[in-house]
Every structure is written in structure tokens, then in C-alpha cells.
Design a protein around this ligand. Structure first.
Ligand code: GSH
Length: 226
């Protein structure tokens, strides 16, 4: 069941004088999972409020409005009108279905997009964020052998993606981009921060994706000071 906010909950403030709309994104600039949702909203042209959450604080000390909606104490959270949506890939599927675009054009495209998003959550969306977190923030928090295991997984994951992209198609599902591209690309822009080099097919696909109208870079994520 999708959670809803109760009427005593306050609406987050508008930022950047954005026009009123029914979308509020709770995010953090170092979170690739948040970036996926920000990117999806941007390519779909959905105006939204940004609420940046200080996830460096213990969960109990984070902003009250975030704590009320964050089912798993994690960013991203997207609130659409009164509906609370969590888990980046679940949010991407909601957006595709809601707009009928970026994978939501047909039942078949929706099914293919869903398959890739489940794969991403279990494979590339697991191996790469941990390798980046270890190198950029805290390698000591991983038990011995964990990073080697993640590196092996990443090598398999990126080979799988490169194989698909090497079949001559522009995007993961074919000639049209979908939420599969949004999700899979989320952390790949930060591959260098994980000390990783990407195959040329993957780099070329990232460039193609960045040419799509509305595309934004992870560097465009709203900052914590906002
Ligand atoms: N599976 C989740 C992962 C979300 C996640 O790991 N969020 C991290 C930032 S990237 C977070 O909020 N961490 C704060 C915490 O766990 O306290 C998704 O896809 O949305």
C-alpha cells in the first residue's frame, strides 16, 4: 500500500521560487540513488520542490518533515501530492507509469524496464555504490574480503551492461531511452570516484543519454546549504 501524509503534516517550503507543483524530492547531493530520481523528474519536465536532507546526522536528528515520510530512513523520498514514494527504482517505475513515458509507453516496455530495475538494485546498484563509498568515504567500515567480492561483482555487472549496449542499440531497451537508462547510469558518472574505468560502449551510452533533453549531471544536485 502507498503511504499518504496525514493532514497535520506540513508542506516543505518552496525553494528557488519554483512554481507550485505536487512533487517534493528529498535527496542528498552525494547520493546516486537520489540523483536517479532527480534525473527522472528533470527529463520528464516535472517541476518539483527540493528538500536536501543531512544524512550525515543520525536518523533521529534529521529534519522532522523527512522523518515523517522516510519509511526506511533513506533518501530519496518523493512525495506526489499526498502519496509518499520510497526506493529509487520503485519511484522511477511510478514516474514511468504516471507519465506513460521513459518505459511507461506500453505494458511490454514497462515489463522490460522493471526487469532491468530489479537487476540494477541487486547488481550494479549494489556493487558500484559500495566501491565508491569505500574509496571516497570509509573503506575501514567493510570487513576483509568484502571489497574484493564487490569488485568481482562490479566487473561482471559492467560486462553484462556493456554486452547489451554493444548489440548496436542506442539505449538499454533499444532506440528510445527509459528508466532503465536513468537507473543504470545513476552511479556510473562517479565511476572514477570508485577508482574504476568504464568500457567504451558504456561511456558512449552515457554521452548519448546526456544529450537527451532535460538531462542533468550529478553535479547539478541541490546542495545541502540550500
Ligand atoms: N535501495 C535504496 C537505497 C537508498 C540509500 O542507500 N540511501 C542512502 C544514501 S545513497 C541513505 O539515505 N543513507 C542514509 C542512512 O541509511 O541513514 C534506494 O534505491 O532508494
Amino acid at each position: 500500500m502507498i503511504r499518504t501524509m496525514n493532514s497535520s503534516q506540513t508542506t516543505p517550503p518552496l525553494v528557488n521560487n519554483e512554481p507550485m507543483s505536487g512533487w517534493t524530492l528529498y535527496s542528498h547531493p552525494e547520493s546516486g540513488h537520489s540523483y536517479k530520481v532527480k534525473l527522472a523528474l528533470s527529463v520528464l519536465g516535472l517541476l518539483h520542490r527540493d528538500r536536501v536532507v543531512n544524512i550525515a546526522l543520525p536518523a533521529a536528528q534529521r529534519a522532522d518533515d523527512f522523518r515523517r515520510v522516510a519509511l526506511f530512513d533513506e533518501v530519496p523520498v518523493l512525495v506526489h501530492d499526498r502519496k509518499v514514494l520510497v526506493q529509487s527504482n520503485a519511484i522511477l517505475l511510478y514516474l514511468a507509469q504516471h507519465t506513460g513515458r521513459w518505459g511507461g509507453e506500453s505494458g511490454e516496455r514497462m515489463q522490460e524496464t522493471t526487469q532491468w530495475l530489479f537487476w540494477e538494485a541487486n547488481r550494479l546498484g549494489l556493487s558500484l555504490p559500495h566501491l565508491r563509498f569505500a574509496k571516497r568515504f570509509d573503506a575501514a567500515s567493510y570487513p576483509p574480503g568484502a571489497l574484493d567480492w564487490l569488485r568481482q561483482r562490479f566487473d561482471q555487472d559492467i560486462a553484462r551492461l556493456a554486452h547489451t549496449l554493444g548489440e548496436g542499440q542506442a539505449f538499454v531497451l533499444g532506440e528510445q531511452p527509459s528508466m532503465a537508462d536513468v537507473s543504470l547510469s545513476g552511479y556510473l558518472w562517479w565511476a572514477d570516484q570508485a577508482g574504476l574505468t568504464l568500457p567504451s560502449t558504456v561511456r558512449a551510452w552515457l554521452v548519448r543519454l546526456s544529450d537527451e533533453p532535460g538531462w542533468i549531471s550529478p553535479a547539478d544536485m541541490p546542495s545541502l546549504e540550500k
